[in-house]
Design a protein around this ligand. Structure first.
Ligand SMILES: O=C(CO)COP(=O)(O)O
Length: 241
């Protein structure tokens, strides 16, 4: 049985005070949530500690948005696996397209970060996906197969989540057609040695399209940006029908 993982990616949003306010609205809505759904909040580093204390005992797991491959060292601006696990972080997003696009993340560094996350006891959420230009040129399949091939070298597929995030669907309101997302996720699964890796869809997931997305047989969850910032909206997503 594949696990369902519903994750919010807050990106660079919410101060600590704002994150507490979110929790007050969000946590009570989880009473009806089926226990087998894993709910994860991937938040800015400054929100992690306080959220960790407040999430204790709830169904929600804590996630970070980056991890370095070394245990410690002279890497200004980076964060290590032990620093995250010590405060109760369980998941970490690796290889998000915004990191690849704006911060020079490559398949080589993505691979290093994935292995380090696992080494220090975190479950990485690996993001893959094509640009609009690549899709229009018919390169989607090749791009995704290549990303997986490079990113997953020596990565343990028993402790991994993958998110298919077509870049053109991120923050645009332009959701990938659900059948097409299902098809690409099936392709991703066909490249894995472990067929039970949960594979999420990400890109303009909203309360009004979540039911249709989760009805697709290959899709095991979602990675939600903008719509995870608002408690009632994210609650509707987590409690999809
Ligand atoms: O990048 C995303 C999640 O990682 C998706 O963002 P949006 O849900 O805002 O499109």
């Amino acid at each position: 049985m594949r696990k369902i993982v519903i994750a919010g990616n807050w990106k660079m949003f919410k101060t600590q005070a704002e994150s507490q306010e979110f929790l007050q609205g969000f946590l009570p809505t989880l009473q009806e949530t089926p226990e087998e759904r894993e709910v994860v909040l991937c938040v800015p580093f400054t929100d992690l500690s306080a959220l960790s204390m407040n999430l204790h005992g709830s169904l929600v797991q804590l996630g970070a948005q980056n991890v370095h491959w070394e245990e410690s060292g002279a890497y200004t601006g980076e964060i290590s696996g032990p620093m995250l696990t010590e405060i109760g972080v369980r998941y970490v997003i690796v290889g998000h397209s915004e990191r690849r696009q704006y911060f020079g993340e490559t398949d080589t560094t993505v691979n290093l970060r994935l292995k380090a996350a696992q080494k220090y006891g975190l479950t990485p959420i690996l993001c893959v996906g094509e640009t609009k230009q690549q899709r229009d040129a018919g390169e989607t399949e090749l791009l995704i197969i290549t990303q997986l091939e490079k990113d997953l070298v020596d990565v343990d597929q028993t402790n991994l989540v993958i998110a298919y995030e077509p870049i053109w669907a991120i923050g645009t309101g332009d959701t990938c057609e659900t059948k097409e997302a299902n098809r690409v996720i099936g392709l991703i699964r066909s490249q894995l040695t472990n067929p039970n890796v949960p594979i999420q869809y990400g890109g303009s997931v909203k309360p009004n399209n979540i039911d249709e997305i989760m009805a697709q047989p290959e899709i095991d969850g979602v990675l939600v940006g903008g719509a995870s910032l608002e408690a009632a909206g994210f609650a509707r997503i987590v409690n999809y029908k």
